[in-house]
Design a protein around this ligand. Structure first.
Ligand code: KIV
Ligand code: ZN
Length: 383
């Protein structure tokens, strides 16, 4: 059965770059944008052009080198923002303006001191105005996660009427539970007139560590675009991690969903982003962390050496990692020691292994891990 396609909207260069200390210059952004196009993302959110001349220039330069991918620019529901976004996208082959406004009662009262009716009117006018620059206009209902569903449905209906091609339903504060966020998307499909005329998009933040789970709940309920970043970087606790949602779809056939991502490029893309931003990836990060394919406890190592599938649900080659690693620590067993010793040229018999193993444990207890260079020394001490 043919899988349905989910579009990947990458916002590493916009929401991701909002991380303090991770600012990129135009040249770095261009390199990352090219990499994202090779990776196969469907949309690159290149920046927020009105925010600074540097960001405007980055968006402009990115549009010049990107060939087949939609390039998107962010704006508030403010005429000048939209005009500047339109100018920054003038060379794009497939331009998209992403405009919107806060729709939760908290945003309406505290940010805008406004009313629900006025918010709809402002959003409607913003979409209409953006349509004078580009055909492809995405509307974001900021803080949709905490917006009343009935009002959100009204907002969406009106934005479709204004010509929005994509409706972004952000969980801006990372507040939602997966079931509630999934039900919100379902509610929109059941209650918004002409919902089939737009793509519904999810944009989740990770304040409670639920961004990936919420994005999966959204696509399980009909959303067909995920907004995400490489390594899950972004405001506060970050955004949905691109590599996680892509691999979830790849590993779980029951979802019957797929993306255009060339997963073999995930690891090198992750490295490029972390090196360019000077932002280290946590070692236990799913898919791209240094330990994602490392095994250090004896029970797991024994299993993996016998058959990788005992403890690995993803083939490291599928994400561009060359091999799984057997890390030697004081928790490692004899089979791991024999395996690593063989890699550095020592084929140990059972009796030899029995002799060397206690010496190995002594060394490992005094060191965080045992490196290739330590193995001959441990063996030669005993044999
Ligand atoms: O989190 C959010 O609501 C956003 C919007 C600007 C799309 O990043
Ligand atoms: Zn965001």
């Amino acid at each position: 059965m043919n899988k349905e396609s989910v579009k990947i909207f990458d916002t590493t260069l916009r929401d991701g770059e909002q991380v303090p200390g991770c600012k990129l210059n135009t040249a770095q952004k261009v390199v990352i944008a090219e990499k994202l196009e090779n990776l196969g993302v469907d949309v690159i959110e290149a920046g927020f052009p009105v925010s600074s001349p540097g960001d405007f220039n980055s968006v402009l330069e990115i549009t010049k080198i990107i060939k087949d991918t939609t390039v998107c620019a962010l704006s508030r529901a403010v005429e000048n923002d939209i005009k500047v976004a339109g100018e920054a996208l003038k060379y794009a082959k497939f331009p998209r303006i992403h405009t919107g406004i806060g729709t939760s009662d908290s945003h309406i009262k505290h940010k805008f001191n406004s009313t629900r009716e006025k918010i709809i009117e402002t959003g409607y006018n913003a979409v209409k105005y953006a349509k004078t620059f580009v055909e492809d206009v995405e509307f974001y209902a900021e803080d949709a996660g905490r917006t009343d569903n009935a009002f959100l449905a009204k907002v969406c209906e009106k934005m479709i009427e204004a010509g929005a091609t994509v409706l972004n339903i952000p969980d801006t504060t990372g507040y939602c539970l997966p079931e509630d966020y999934g039900n919100k998307i379902k509610y929109l499909f059941e209650n918004v007139k002409n919902i089939d005329k737009a793509t519904v998009s999810c944009h989740c933040h990770n304040d409670l560590g639920l961004a990936t789970a919420n994005s999966i709940a959204a696509i399980a309920n009909g959303a067909r675009q995920i907004e995400c970043t490489i390594n899950g970087i972004g405001e506060r606790a970050g955004n949905t991690s691109l590599e996680e949602v892509v691999m979830i779809m790849k590993q779980h056939n029951s979802l019957n969903l797929d993306t255009n991502i060339d997963t073999k490029l995930l690891y090198e893309t992750s490295l490029l982003v972390s090196e360019s931003m000077g932002m280290m990836v946590q070692p236990n990060k799913a898919i791209v962390g240094a330990n994602a394919f490392s095994h250090s406890s004896g029970i797991h190592q024994d299993g993996v050496i016998k058959n990788r599938l005992t403890y690995e649900i993803i083939d490291p080659f599928d994400v561009g990692v060359n091999k799984s690693s057997i890390i030697l620590t004081a928790r490692s067993g004899r089979s791991a020691l024999a395996y690593r010793a063989k890699l550095v040229g020592f084929e140990l018999s059972k009796d030899e292994l029995d002799l060397v193993y206690p010496e190995f444990l002594k060394f490992a207890d005094n060191n965080k891990s045992v490196l290739d260079k330590d193995i001959p020394e441990i063996i030669n001490n005993i044999l």
